[in-house]
Design a protein. Structure first.
Length: 320
């Protein structure tokens, strides 16, 4: 999710035609970072209208994640070498945003979040079911790359499951408290026929640009890809989640229970508040103070309206 935010950088950058060297260096840096992300995250490329990698999904192995971290560190070094005095005010904002997003990506890479590639409502398994709308094939070539991507699903699932097994070994898992609900979602992704999946939609209705003479071939290939690659991958993942993962889920809810969890949670607080000095303790104190303030204001209202009864009874009155 943090990766996707980098798409905003380009929108913030406006470079004059006769840009000075620092401006040119910044543009090249942004372009190189995007090109790398598109190669490493093909689905992100598809969503952003870049179709050179439509035939495959990302590699998510530990080695691929290490490659991402190495690249991010190199991008940050290049950014640090750019003379900010030669940048316009708008370019400096873009540089700051790039520093924040790539810097945070590198920071969180240290926690190896790839060991937990799903949460309570989404993950690698749910994004696959959105491939039809993401890919949106419009011609024969689009359909062929879409089918190739469907055939890549088993490899993608195997890599994510391998990462989850590393998480199980390390204690970096979902909390058991939510595993039952997640398991129900995963179990609901067992499909009997290709036509039962959202991935079948492009074969149910072809756009006019696809010749009639090609449709039977593409339909047969799509059916085979979903039946022989996608459906078995979901079935294997569901079995893994139920029999291996769920029993090993961590019993504690708090992020602090994760390996290096206190530091991880502290960094999450700083990331989501965008406040470099924020701490969990300070955020908690702010929350308590706000609750007390709101409670006092509500108590004053109870008195103003002349309600006779306890505060709990007043809340019940408001709800009826």
């Amino acid at each position: 999710m943090r990766i996707a935010a980098l798409a905003l950088v380009g929108a913030l950058l406006a470079t004059p035609a006769l840009a000075q060297a620092p401006s040119q260096d910044l543009v090249r840096l942004f372009d190189d970072e995007r090109a790398f992300i598109y190669r490493e995250q093909p689905l992100a490329a598809t969503y952003e209208g870049v179709h050179e990698y439509d035939e495959r999904l990302a590699s998510v192995t530990p080695e691929a994640n290490a490659r991402q971290l190495e690249a991010d560190r190199a991008f940050l070094q290049r950014l640090a070498a750019i003379d900010r005095r030669g940048l316009s005010a708008q370019e400096q904002v873009s540089a700051d945003l790039f520093q924040f997003m790539v810097g945070e990506r590198a920071r969180f890479a240290g926690y190896r979040e790839w060991r937990l590639p799903l949460n309570s409502d989404s993950g690698f398994h749910t994004e696959i079911l959105q491939l039809a709308s993401a890919h949106n094939p419009q011609n024969v070539h689009d359909y062929e790359t879409y089918i190739a991507r469907l055939n890549d699903v088993p490899r993608y699932f195997r890599e994510n499951v391998a990462n989850m097994r590393i998480g199980m070994r390390d204690g970096f898992t979902l909390p058991a408290e939510i595993v039952g609900g997640v398991g129900q979602v995963v179990a609901g992704m067992r499909f009997a026929r290709p036509e039962d999946t959202p991935l079948w939609a492009p074969f149910a209705e072809f756009p006019a640009a696809v010749p009639e003479s090609e449709r039977a071939r593409l339909t047969a290939a799509g059916r085979a890809a979903i039946a022989n690659a996608v459906i078995p991958a979901f079935n294997e993942f569901a079995a893994f989640f139920e029999t291996e993962y769920a029993p090993r889920a961590r019993r504690a809810i708090a992020a602090s229970a994760l390996p290096n969890g206190r530091a991880y949670y502290a960094d999450l607080v700083r990331y989501y508040t965008t406040l470099p000095d924020a701490t969990p303790q300070a955020i908690h104190r702010t929350g308590l103070a706000e609750v007390a303030r709101i409670r006092a204001e509500m108590g004053a209202i109870v008195g103003e309206v002349g309600f006779q009864g306890s505060f709990a009874e007043f809340l019940a009155f408001l709800r009826t």
